[in-house]
Design a protein around this ligand. Structure first.
Ligand SMILES: Nc1ncnc2c1ncn2[C@@H]1O[C@H](COP(=O)(O)OP(=O)(O)OP(=O)(O)O)[C@@H](O)[C@H]1O
Length: 270
């Protein structure tokens, strides 16, 4: 199917979708790794998922755009609602789910031999949609990802020539080009130096009023710098991961209610 790209607003009021995980559980084979997770990820608010390694943060994130099911032995329970529609139900085709809920990974993954401009358009091409104005969409997406000024004179150069941080912003631009409602980010800065990390954080702050952002991070300072809502995941030994505590980021870091949260955010474990 081919449709014309519509012009969505890129500034002003939040235009993201509200994503709600309801009683989300997950298994790999017989092993349960996530138990009953309820999180509301609201439009215009950055939600951070924090917790020690192996407690199920990435699994939860991958459930949010139907990537979990790509692992053959993976199953899940509960539901995920995007603006009230179950993303695992019949109301939303999977292609629409993946278009509306984009993902940026830990390691930047542009197509290195492809030009910078073509990389921006790559996600859109996969959806089978066309745009009436390619140049305009490339510029808009790169501007939103905070990369335009650095690459505007070399859109025809291979993406492999960009620095790691620039490549990650290119991946953000590629996600933005399909105009998602939600952007999931799985430790997007863990492979980057501090300057590139700062630049991505600035980009997140610039984007947060335009779409819903959910970020997994091990960096406690980063969670405090970019998020307003924070969920702390923890898995006791041989137990599935659960959300121990969630709420306003300021509260989770400033006056957490659960001693385990206090220990984690103060660096006493994990
Ligand atoms: N493809 C898989 N097959 C089997 N088990 C898996 C798979 N992916 C993850 N797991 C297991 O699920 C549990 C949760 O993993 P997950 O990657 O979601 O945790 P995490 O909190 O994101 O960890 P990290 O912070 O290290 O990325 C872990 O015990 C992990 O070993």
């Amino acid at each position: 199917m081919t449709t014309q790209e519509s012009e969505a607003p890129v500034t002003g009021q939040p235009v993201g979708g509200t994503l709600r995980g309801v009683g989300v559980s997950a298994w790999f084979g017989a092993r349960k790794v996530l138990e009953g997770v309820d999180i509301d990820m609201r439009a215009g608010v950055v939600t951070a998922l924090i917790g020690p390694s192996g407690c199920g943060k990435s699994t939860f994130l991958r459930i949010l755009n139907r990537m979990h099911e790509l692992v053959p032995i993976a199953t899940l329970g509960g539901s995920v609602l995007l603006d009230g529609d179950d993303i695992y139900g019949t109301a939303l085709p999977i292609t629409e789910v993946r278009r509306r809920i984009g993902m940026v990974f830990q390691k930047p993954n542009p197509f290195p031999a492809m030009t910078i401009g073509d990389n921006v358009m790559a996600g859109l091409r996969l959806t089978g949609r066309k745009t009436a104005n390619r140049e305009q969409l490339i510029e808009e997406s790169l501007r939103r990802a905070g990369l335009w000024n650095e690459v505007r004179n070399r859109l025809g150069a291979p993406a492999g020539g960009l620095s790691g941080g620039q490549q990650q912003r290119l991946c953000i631009a590629r996600s933005l080009a399909v105009r998602p409602d939600v952007l999931l980010m799985d430790e997007p800065c863990s492979a980057l130096d501090p300057t590139s990390t700062r630049r991505i954080e600035e980009t997140i702050l610039e984007l947060k009023d335009q779409l819903t952002i959910v970020i997994v991070t091990h960096n406690m300072q980063q969670a405090q710098r970019v998020s307003e809502h924070c969920a702390f995941f923890l898995a006791a030994e041989d137990e599935p991961g659960r959300v121990v505590e969630q709420g306003e980021t300021e509260h989770i870091f400033g006056s957490p209610e659960d001693p385990r949260t206090a220990d984690y955010v103060n660096g006493r474990f994990g």
